[in-house]
Ligand binder design. Structure first.
Ligand SMILES: C[S@@+](CC[C@H](N)C(=O)[O-])C[C@H]1O[C@@H](n2cnc3c(N)ncnc32)[C@H](O)[C@@H]1O
Length: 338
């Protein structure tokens, strides 16, 4: 399918209404680009709606063939430790035993779902993690338009590695969004010696999730870049209030988990805030390289944005086909977040 892509042209077109011509030109270019990006490659895909497409592909392969300046923002929750979604560990997760996935001890009577145990990663696995994220970062850097943002989830144990790979690839780090969430990860007493050491935790209980924020460099002013590419800044929460870098968001609700039983499902309440912020003018294409249940695509749909996702697991593609319309239609209550 190479050659199909329509790369945005520089010359402005005249707007018929009161909209500035550069904004009308951005919309025309977005539509042209969308038709090519969603059709790009020969992998199996599902058009989840007129605005969203899910492609069964390895992200590094798909990105390596995608022409430059094809997407406007990335919002993603990658496999943090790489190994948790490899074939061996994935099979063990689905069989309900072993591997890097562990059922944490129950807490206050609550049954806890399997979590990957990243502290078991070997030095070689950590090196592989850095190489993998470097390849992902280079692919994104080439295919994002100038000024395009990446929001990438991590966890406090591995974020240094992931974020460093993005900076080394050439992205500007623009901060982190801290999702305040009771993960119930960590904080346990020494295993098998809980009574002997009742006052000791192996590590602190984690109550936050870091999301790295990166931007592809651009030349000229931010206003120029907004007019040319529609990117460079972040959408404000309102005219009076900017996006803030701490977002309170409780764990994914039961209703969402029943719609999309992915082991790492992210909540719509959080995703919609981040996806909205990622397109400062509301014009452009969101890409989720590790689309899982399609939750990022559903958040984009709820906001009326175009989005494309890749995942290499066909069971998650089937899950996304079923879950997408319901996740996109969910009503998100702002007051739950305060
Ligand atoms: C942490 S999960 C994302 C879940 C998502 N946040 C959600 O709410 O459904 C990471 C996903 O990346 C996928 N994955 C792992 N390696 C991949 C690769 N190289 N290319 C594409 N997808 C990959 C896994 O199958 C998994 O669904």
């Amino acid at each position: 399918m190479a050659g199909l892509l329509v790369v945005p042209k520089a010359e402005p077109i005249q707007s018929p209404g009161s909209e500035p011509h550069w904004r009308a030109a951005l919309r025309v270019r977005e539509s042209e680009l969308w038709m090519s990006v969603r059709a790009y490659g020969n992998q199996r895909r599902e058009h989840l709606s007129n605005h969203a497409t899910y492609i069964l592909a390895d992200t590094i392969n798909w990105l390596s063939a995608l022409p430059e300046n094809s997407i406007h923002a990335v919002v993603t929750d990658p496999p943090y430790g790489l190994v948790e979604y490899d074939d061996k560990n994935h099979k063990k997760l689905r069989a309900g035993r072993g591997g890097v996935w562990r059922i944490p001890p129950s807490f206050d009577g609550a049954k806890r779902k399997p979590l990957p145990r990243f502290t078991v990663l070997s030095a070689d696995e950590i090196t592989a993690l850095h190489s993998f994220f470097s390849a992902v970062a280079f692919g994104m850097l080439r295919t994002l338009v100038p000024g395009g943002h990446v929001f990438i989830a991590s966890n406090p144990l591995l974020s240094t590695m992931t974020f460093h790979a993005f900076q080394k690839a050439g992205f500007e780090k623009r901060g982190e969004i801290i999702r305040l969430v009771q993960t119930l990860r960590g904080g346990d007493k020494p295993k098998g010696a809980e009574e002997e050491f009742p006052d000791v935790s192996v590590m602190a209980r984690s109550c936050w999730e870091p999301w790295g924020v990166f931007r592809k460099r651009f030349t000229g002013t931010i206003a120029d870049n907004l007019r040319t590419w529609g990117t460079g800044g972040l959408r404000r929460a309102s005219r009076e209030e900017p996006l803030k870098d701490v977002i309170q968001c409780s764990p994914t609700r039961g209703i969402e988990k029943s719609i999309a039983p992915h082991p790492s499902l992210k909540p719509q309440r959080f995703l919609r805030k981040v996806v909205r912020a990622a397109l400062p003018l509301g014009i452009g294409i969101i890409y989720d390289p590790f689309a899982g249940s399609g939750s990022t695509l559903a958040a984009a749909e709820a906001l009326g944005f175009h989005s494309v996702g890749t995942d290499r697991d066909h069971q998650y593609l089937s899950m996304a086909r079923r879950a997408f319309p319901q996740l996109a239609a969910l009503v998100v209550r702002e007051r739950d977040e305060r």
